[in-house]
Design a binder for this molecule. Structure first.
Ligand code: SNW
Length: 340
């Protein structure tokens, strides 16, 4: 992954986002991942929050609108079996080679609110959790089991078959694609420095400071490459980093924007000081390499969730006030981002 200065068009998108959003990002550097960048789906077009008055899709999820992909794949497999006597063999009722037929096991993290976290009852919830649950339902799976773990072990646990899927705001990069396969992107945003120190206003102010990162995240990679004058302190998860921040052990913690915002709302003293664009690394769902039928089915269901407004509804629910990326909206809703 290379890092370099933001181009002017990226910068203007970034400023539009900042104006529409709730904070003023100050960084001018961000990620470069050439394969991801070339994907036109990654072009960001922020828009105003004007759809809520006119679009009410909450009761119209069209889960049943798709032909069951699982059933279709099972039929195709049955057809391929040719002259052999049809049996109840595994491929028929487990077309996607899931660990346990009829159930999708998802690796996630428990403290990346509002993307994925456990609520007071210990249940997984959040944007990524609800989106994947919806995607799975469209594929014919109502049994989705989320398990939390440290982010640093997440990709390898999916790659080595402990889980069927990883879902945790996992940014798509070429480096990660060496370990797992990614679905189409479903979310793009900023990486944020959260701090209690109002003298920290841009990246230069991080020199000489101790900055927290969660191991294995893009924040860690970005910080290693760019915060070369800082002392990086590695944490297993965000809660540990925020605890250190609140006890004064570190000067700032580097998290995803929406998580930083949540901590900022939780702790009055914390401010979102620096926002760094990460639109080149949109979050995707990850699966073990080579399970192409599964990945294709996820992508079909994901596209359907975007097209019928489910994605939009979940975004509004979990990221209220944050601009939505045009390419994830229903076609009829796109292109309304610029004034007029
Ligand atoms: O790259 C961003 C993406 O643009 C969006 O803002 C959602 O978050 C990201 O995927 C980055 N997320 C981090 C990562 O992929 C941390 C994920 C986590 O802590 N669960 O490393």
């Amino acid at each position: 992954m290379q890092l370099h200065e933001t181009t002017s068009s990226e910068l203007s998108r970034f400023i539009v986002w900042a104006v529409n959003g709730t904070t003023v990002p100050t960084s001018t550097k961000h990620y470069r991942d050439s394969a991801v960048r070339r994907d036109p789906a990654n072009q960001m077009a922020p828009r105003h929050q004007d759809w809520t008055d006119t679009v009410k899709l909450s009761t119209h999820r069209r889960r049943m609108g798709l032909i069951s992909i699982a059933a279709t794949a099972a039929l195709a497999l049955a057809a391929c079996s040719g002259a052999t006597v049809a049996t109840d063999d595994e491929s028929d009722d487990n077309p996607f080679n899931l660990i346990s037929a009829g159930e999708i096991r998802v690796a996630s993290v428990g403290d990346a609110k509002p993307y994925t976290y456990t609520d007071e009852n210990g249940e997984f919830t959040g944007f990524d959790v609800e989106l994947f649950t919806d995607v799975a339902a469209r594929m014919g799976y109502d049994n989705v089991v989320f398990t939390g773990q440290d982010f640093s072990g997440l990709l390898s646990s999916v790659a080595n078959g402990q889980y069927d899927v990883g879902a945790a705001a996992i940014g798509t990069t070429d480096e990660r694609k060496e370990t797992v396969d990614f679905s189409d992107g479903y979310l793009a945003g900023f990486l944020t420095i959260i701090t209690a120190d109002d003298s920290i206003q841009d990246e230069a102010d991080l020199a000489g400071e101790r900055i927290g990162v969660v191991q294995g995240t893009l924040q860690e990679a970005y910080a290693v490459a760019n915060f070369t004058e800082s002392e990086l302190v590695k944490f297993p998860d965000n809660n540990a980093g925020i605890s250190a921040l609140n006890s004064g052990t570190i000067a700032g913690h580097f998290a995803d924007y929406e998580s930083a915002k949540t901590y900022g709302e939780q702790y009055d003293n914390l401010i979102l000081a620096i926002n760094i664009p990460s639109f080149d690394a949109p979050a995707g769902f990850v699966v073990a390499p080579g399970n192409d039928e599964f990945l294709d089915a996820i992508n079909v269901a994901l596209a359907a969730a975007m097209e019928d407004g489910t994605w939009m509804e979940l975004h509004e629910k979990w990221f209220p006030g944050s601009p939505m990326q045009d390419m994830y909206l229903p076609e009829s809703e796109r292109g309304q981002s610029e004034e007029g």
